[in-house]
Design a protein around this ligand. Structure first.
Ligand SMILES: Nc1ncnc2c1ncn2[C@@H]1O[C@H](COP(=O)(O)OP(=O)(O)OP(=O)(O)O)[C@@H](O)[C@H]1O
Ligand SMILES: [Mg+2]
Length: 277
């Protein structure tokens, strides 16, 4: 892959429309979205249920199982390269080789129940570098990186032998195996209890900083965005209604819906502090 010009963002999405066919209706799940992520940046995507956050991420990563697409249009560029024009094979190659990865709310639904986790991570490792890439860290090292104290032991276990938080760490290890430049995290901690949520978020933040990996974090929780993200996109009914630096969103939201989200989040207990890098 050619290096992009220095000024090009890692990911640039323009006027993306993802209209889904649901029965005899067409749902404009994503309806003309502009979205960008610079290298090494963390952006948040917030908005109420059904506003199109997951569909946006899935359309970008093209992990869209079980949907009928009525329209997919606009421009989707990763390192300057047009993604909408790629076929499934080229996309798979891009996902595996330092492109982007995605983690989801329900790790169990994305892990193979009959395979030890070490094997699942090994299968996600990027193919060996002929193009001069750094050697891949082995499975155990990845498990250690995502915070397991006994990584070799975890590698031998099956998903059902792990807690929810541990499974999500395994998913993160799988996502990291291809050494992605951009990680999409779709409600990565919503299914976990509060303490574990914090630990997993801290791990994500540490990985983002240590690896210089860009992240796009989808969440209902503006507190999460406040902790992790430099910028935030607020979605409503398939559209981005506000895009701002996180600090600006909190201090002077421009749009009533964004203001309401901010008000709701600051009424709750303040968000937790960041873990050091
Ligand atoms: N597989 C699907 N089949 C039918 N409709 C879908 C499907 N996926 C998404 N939609 C519709 O697309 C719109 C956007 O949904 P999406 O899941 O992207 O929202 P979301 O912001 O991620 O919501 P949540 O916060 O609940 O995860 C909604 O109207 C939803 O009903
Ligand atoms: Mg969603």
């Amino acid at each position: 892959m050619n290096a992009p010009p220095a000024s090009a963002p890692l990911l640039e999405v323009r006027d993306l429309k993802v209209h889904l066919r649901v029965g005899d209706r067409v749902v404009p799940a994503v309806d003309g979205v502009d979205f960008r992520v610079a290298a090494g940046e963390c952006v948040g995507i917030v908005g109420e249920s059904g506003s199109g956050k997951s569909t946006l991420a899935r359309a970008i990563t093209r992990l869209m199982p079980n949907v009928h697409i009525a329209q997919l249009s606009g421009s989707l560029r990763f390192e300057g390269r047009d993604l909408l024009g790629l076929d499934e094979r080229a996309l798979r190659a891009l996902r595996r080789a330092r492109g982007f990865s995605m983690i989801f709310q329900d790790p169990l639904g994305h892990l193979n129940p009959t395979q030890r986790v070490g094997r699942q991570i090994a299968e996600a490792l990027a193919p060996d570098a002929r193009g001069g890439r750094a050697p891949q860290p082995p499975v155990v090292q990845l498990l250690e990186e995502v915070g397991f104290a006994e990584p070799a032991d975890v590698a031998r276990r099956y998903p059902h032998e792990l807690s929810g938080g541990m499974r999500q760490r395994v998913m993160i290890a799988i996502a990291l195996a291809s050494d992605p430049k951009l990680l999409f995290a779709d409600e990565p901690t919503t299914a976990l209890d509060a303490t574990v949520q914090l630990q997993v978020l801290h791990t994500l933040y540490r990985l983002h900083r240590q690896r210089g990996m860009a992240m796009a974090v989808i969440t209902h929780d503006l507190g999460v965005v406040a902790e992790l993200c430099d910028r935030v996109y607020v979605m409503q009914a398939g559209k981005v209604v506000e895009a701002a630096a996180t600090i600006d969103l909190f201090e002077r939201p421009r749009q009533p819906y964004a203001a309401r989200l901010v008000e709701l989040s600051t009424r709750r207990a303040p968000a937790p502090g960041r873990e050091g890098p």
